[in-house]
Design a protein around this ligand. Structure first.
Ligand SMILES: Cc1ncc(COP(=O)(O)O)c(C=O)c1O
Length: 398
């Protein structure tokens, strides 16, 4: 399998082949989960080619989530930066972020598999809210694992998860962030393999990176059509923030073969390029197996995971998607470190200039635009606004 993606210098295959993205990806799990996950992959493949599944998915995206999300020309931000910028408004989706796209897709699979209990991890709380929402929609029992630090910094989403009828399980392990929530959810899944584990980012063992990437790719499909209608050509740049990688791949996927489109992602840089004080996995990590998949991770030479730090709970994670690992190695996408302070600048700037309060995660992409698009009036770009900032308002980031 090694390097199968790079066997043709003219066109690299960025898609998964049986869960492998080049040398990355795969399924590194205890035997009790292997059969479950292979079955899940079979069900996913069958349904992605099934017109009744596609109709049901499209129905809920349109009538429940509110898709298509607008592609908004941010005229005052554009003027300020000196370059033409559109925002893909995933913040306007029901529940307030892109997470609901994947959640609806997976819950429809879970329903077809006869699952009655849904389990999920959450960092910023957006995936927890989206999963609790989807479970309520279909009358399923739901358990959401969340780290103690994230419970503290994303209080509004904690209340929403409970109000939606889900059980919140708080983990006090580690720094109490997303990695610890994934560990706790995976641990529960290993002990209760009959539940449906609804993973929220493009991480974890096969088939999650393939499935999550597919369900989020609606973002880029819409954006491409909307952009061509407005501008009559392709964008020069795509920008997104990246934690595990799902909103970024959602926008990028449909443009990967359009080599004239440059692709940029903003990692949660925390205090800067200092191991233990950052979550910039693709900038400072190295390849290795972590939480069920082979990708980049913030680990030392013995494979011990460094603690991470990011002001954005949704980016505060030492792993990353295996597909983004491939996009980095093949230089198809560029990954930038955005510090907490830079993200706060982005948070304030978009709020003041456009009347749109972004999630602190998405603010990293705004900060990246401030850095790399400055005074480029001939260029037109799309920033994926992955979520709204209601959850961050009470944190006093001003
Ligand atoms: C609004 C928002 N954006 C981005 C992310 C990062 O996740 P991903 O990289 O999977 O898009 C999160 C995660 O919680 C989020 O809530």
């Amino acid at each position: 399998m090694k390097n199968q993606a790079i066997n043709n210098t003219t066109e690299i295959n960025y898609d998964a082949v049986n869960g492998q993205f080049g040398q990355y990806g795969g399924m590194f799990v205890p035997p009790v989960l292997e059969g479950k996950l292979l079955n899940l992959y079979e069900v996913f493949e069958k349904n992605r080619n099934d017109s009744s599944f596609q109709e049901e998915f499209a129905y809920y995206l349109k009538h429940f989530v509110g898709r298509p999300s607008p592609l908004y020309y941010a005229h005052r931000l554009s003027k300020h930066i000196g370059s033409k910028i559109y925002l893909k408004r995933e913040d306007l989706n029901h529940t307030g972020s892109h997470k609901i796209n994947n959640t609806i897709g997976q819950i429809l699979l879970a329903k077809r598999m006869g699952a009655t209990e849904i389990v999920a991890e959450t960092g910023a709380g957006q995936h927890g809210v989206a999963t609790a929402t989807a479970a309520a929609l279909f009358g399923m029992k739901c358990k959401v694992f969340m780290g103690a630090e994230d419970v503290e910094r994303q209080k509004m989403n904690v209340s929403r998860i409970k109000l939606l009828g889900a059980e919140l399980v708080v983990t006090h392990a580690g720094r109490g962030t997303l990695k610890d929530a994934v560990d706790a959810a995976l641990g529960y899944y290993i002990e209760h393999p009959d539940v449906y584990y609804l993973l929220g980012s493009q991480v974890g063992p096969h088939p999650y990176p393939t499935m999550v990437g597919y369900f989020q790719s609606i973002i880029g499909k819409e954006a491409k059509k909307q952009f061509i209608e407005r501008e009559g050509r392709l964008p020069d740049n795509l920008l997104a923030c990246i934690g595990g990688g799902s909103n970024a791949i959602g926008l990028f996927d449909n443009f990967l073969k359009d080599h004239e489109v440059a692709i940029h992602a903003a990692e949660g840089g925390g205090l800067g390029p200092i191991l233990g004080e950052t979550a910039a996995t693709l900038n400072l990590g190295k390849p290795g197996v972590f939480q069920g998949t082979n990708s980049y991770a913030l680990t030392d030479d013995e494979g011990n995971v460094y603690p991470t730090r990011s002001i954005a709970a949704g980016l505060d994670y030492p792993g990353v998607s295996p597909q983004h690992a491939l996009l980095k190695d093949t230089k198809r996408a560029e990954y930038h470190l955005i510090t907490d302070d830079e993200a706060i600048e982005g948070f304030k700037l978009l709020s003041h200039l456009e009347g749109i309060i972004p999630a602190i995660e998405s603010s990293h992409a705004i900060a990246l635009a401030m850095k790399i698009l400055k005074n480029k009036p001939e260029q037109i770009s799309i920033i994926n606004l992955s979520g709204r900032g209601d959850k961050d308002v009470e944190r006093d980031l001003m």
